[in-house]
Design a protein around this ligand. Structure first.
Ligand code: MG
Length: 394
């Protein structure tokens, strides 16, 4: 690795963005943080500017007086002045510019779609943590990447695992199926009839992963795995029938590939997002990482069992959406984001999230080959439909 790679971290103040900066602080001189962005956590962004001295920093949240003043400030005593800009348009122009070789897409939710697509269209290496980009617009993303020579390297730990395992085969035709592992979330041992009484705190206490609130709730409902089924279908060009989900409580096997001959290759490591982030940055090279290693001096057992569809009705939705594609991913994602928000605001029960998503999905006007603007409209429609559902219920 002789050439310096300029890295943009979109969503640098979130949990994946912070982990990406930690990785970059260990990677040494071959990687340079060219730009970072936040929604509105300016204070933390400023701390990151001080540590990494990027040439560009962006805030993409709503503009107010303090953001306007922030854009114009200069930093005394810092050798290289960071250019601070506001807005998604500015961030997208930066992502497409020659300042950037690798884009770490770590913005949460649908808000990350535009910048991920811009990176694919500009032929950048895209270290993709924003799974919504593929869930909502997988067809457009993969087409943009193909047409412009963009490499999409998954940061989602399961998909990174699959990507790593696939290096043992010689292409898609060697794959029999892939096996996505799921921790089962914080409520995996609760009786099914008690799940509706889960509180926000209970849904947020994940046993193996420290993540943001939205994804932790998705993990409790298994919607996260449903979205990952859709993500895997696009990323690896698979039929949904080739995707299996097993509950693996230890979160050590991050996923597996079963090849045609029956050989199964898995990727194992202690749960730590810095490893898949680093692999997406350094691929095909492997270099020492700050992530912990398995302690082989200790006994360990690994177990798994099939995911229970009754316990996790959201999972069924994931397979259906992966099969139907078109506008379904945008609708499921929007309905889920809106429903999780309602749960976190104590308006609905945890188990109602999948119920609402099912209803919204079943009532949407399906289109098999939507444009980006169709998908954005569907996203808005999905959210308003959830609001309509809750208004009708009250
Ligand atoms: Mg994951």
């Amino acid at each position: 690795m002789s050439q310096i790679r300029n890295v943009a971290i979109l969503g640098s103040t979130g949990s994946i963005g912070r982990a990406a900066l930690d990785v970059l602080s260990h990677l040494g001189e071959h990687f340079h943080v060219a730009g970072i962005s936040c929604h509105q956590q300016i204070e933390l962004l400023e701390t990151q500017i001080e540590s990494f001295l990027p040439r560009f920093a962006f805030a993409t949240g709503p503009i107010d007086d303090s953001i306007a003043a922030w854009q114009n400030q200069s930093v005394s005593g810092v050798p290289q002045r960071t250019i601070r800009q506001h807005g998604m348009d500015a961030l997208v122009s930066f992502v497409q510019s020659d300042e950037v070789d690798i884009v770490v897409a770590a913005i949460v939710g649908i808000a990350g779609l535009e910048s991920s697509l811009a990176a694919a269209n500009a032929g950048k290496r895209l270290a993709l943590a924003n799974k919504e980009s593929l869930v909502v617009s997988g067809s457009l993303m993969m087409e943009a990447a193909r047409a412009n020579g963009s490499e999409i390297l998954p940061v989602d730990s399961e998909h990174s695992a699959i990507f790593q395992c696939l290096q043992a085969g010689r292409g898609k035709s060697d794959i029999h199926k892939i096996i996505l592992t799921a921790s089962g979330g914080p409520l995996r041992d609760w009786p099914v009839d008690k799940l509706s009484s889960a509180t926000i705190e209970e849904a947020l206490s994940h046993p193996t992963w420290q993540m943001g609130r939205k994804i932790t709730v998705d993990s409790a409902t298994m919607m996260n795995k449903a979205l990952e089924v859709i993500e895997a279908k696009w990323l690896f060009d698979l039929d949904p029938e080739q995707i299996a989900v097993v509950v693996h409580p230890q979160s050590i096997i991050h996923s597996m590939v079963e090849f045609k001959d029956g050989s199964v290759i898995g990727q194992l490591s202690p749960p730590d997002m810095r490893l898949p982030i680093q692999y997406a940055l350094t691929f095909p090279n492997r270099i020492p990482s700050p992530s912990p290693k398995i302690d082989w001096s200790q006994s360990m057992h690994l177990d798994w069992k099939p995911a229970d569809q009754e316990r996790y009705p959201a999972l069924q939705l994931g397979f259906e959406v992966a099969k139907k594609a078109g506008t379904c991913g945008a609708v499921l994602n929007a309905a889920n984001e809106a429903a999780v928000d309602l749960f976190l605001n104590k308006k609905i029960k945890l188990t109602e999230i999948a119920t609402i998503c099912r209803q919204v999905l079943d009532h949407h006007h399906y289109s098999p080959a939507p444009s980006l603007s169709d998908l954005q409209k569907m996203d808005q429609w999905g959210r308003s439909e959830v609001q309509r559902w809750i208004n009708a219920k009250c």
